[in-house]
Design a protein around this ligand. Structure first.
Ligand code: MN
Length: 185
């Protein structure tokens, strides 16, 4: 995957999404965007080598280590995408509303580099978000695109929490996705 696929899928004269360019923040940012497109999903993104590696998770992340959440690998996104919240107009790729559901930083839990782990299909990271915290593993299980997101067992694991339903609002604007307004034309 390179940086071309993102640009190929979009006409940025018609969509307010940011341009693709490689850019390291040096902070290892992580973001989860709630995206109400043709199917509602949560886009889970980790900064690796100047891009946001991205997975679409239909049910969103869980805080219960017993849950295995399907995570479909999607194209690399630009680092600037981590702050994108808005409406992608009808007729464009990914048309629909986007809010920043959680955002923060993460660290590598293993002594292999993140890109080596990505290539191996087993990534283990320590997340520091506002809603999601602690160890998470991403494991590729079938083909190139089918991965699972699993909460690792630690003191942040909690089978009773369900932040996807109990904390639906944006960590940037405080808005729920239904409250985003279509841009005036
Ligand atoms: Mn999406």
């Amino acid at each position: 995957m390179g940086t071309g696929e993102y640009m190929k899928k979009r006409d940025l004269k018609k969509s307010p999404e940011p341009k693709m360019k490689k850019k390291k923040t040096g902070r290892s940012i992580f973001v989860i965007q709630k995206h109400d497109a043709s199917h509602l999903h949560y886009d889970f993104r980790l900064e690796i080598d100047g891009v946001l590696k991205s997975w679409a998770i239909p049910k969103g992340p869980s805080t219960d280590p017993k849950d295995k959440r399907l995570a479909i690998l999607t194209e690399d996104h630009p680092i600037d995408y981590a702050d994108f919240e808005g409406v992608i107009p009808e007729g464009n790729y990914g048309a629909g509303k986007v809010i920043v559901w959680d955002k923060g930083t993460f660290s590598n839990k293993k002594d292999k580099t993140l890109s080596e782990q990505f290539d191996d299909g087993v990534l283990e990271v320590e997340i520091k978000g506002k809603k999601i915290e602690g160890g998470y593993a991403l494991r590729r299980f079938r083909g190139e695109k089918n991965w699972l997101l699993i909460k690792m067992k630690d003191d942040k694991a909690d089978a009773r929490r369900n932040p996807v339903s109990s904390e639906p609002e944006s960590v940037i604007s405080g808005k729920k996705i239904e409250e985003l307004e279509k841009p005036g034309l």
